[in-house]
Design a protein around this ligand. Sequence first.
Ligand SMILES: [Zn+2]
Length: 204
Amino acid sequence: MSETAEPVSPAPSNMPNSRTISDLCEKFNVSRATYNHYHDYYHNSILPRIRINYLAHLVSSVEELIDEKLKSDRQKIDPNFISGDKAPKFFIILRPDPPPGKYAAVECFAKGAFIKYKPSKDFKRLRIFIAHELGHVLRHYKVIQSSNLIENHANLFAFIAIHAKDRFYKTKIKDLLYDDEGHILRTIEENCPPIDGYRQMKNS
Ligand SMILES: [Zn+2]
């Protein structure tokens, strides 16, 4: 695909209000410094990686499907082949270095594929480009039946995948939303009760 991150921009302030933080520190028996450490680690080290793991669920599902296909193909040739958990799994890696003049491209190898994309803040386009390349990957490993219409089929896959995600965000996302910070805290408290010192040591 000639020349996009998940829309997970933080709210204007990604800090919960100070009352919530005080409640957290009290209920979880942690200091404000510990709270700040976890907060900063999440927002400075984890979130930037989430942002560039474009279409992560889709990518991971495609990896599994291809992995299963390759192992099944291998078993047909070699009935003695046993694919245990220790066998390396097929991987797809996204890298921000496409060939010159291209918005995205893919290179497929025996055990993995590299999808190379040109970084952009236009997340809608970038997601389409990556989904298009995933369409190529599915065909390359013969997970989806092929014909000569390679680019059209990649576009078709991009439409179906992005449309399904778009529908999910528009209709299902509300099932995953909490009313407010207190709702999140209550849900943790009710379902993951604080543990005492002895179990804390056992589990650490
Ligand atoms: Zn293409």
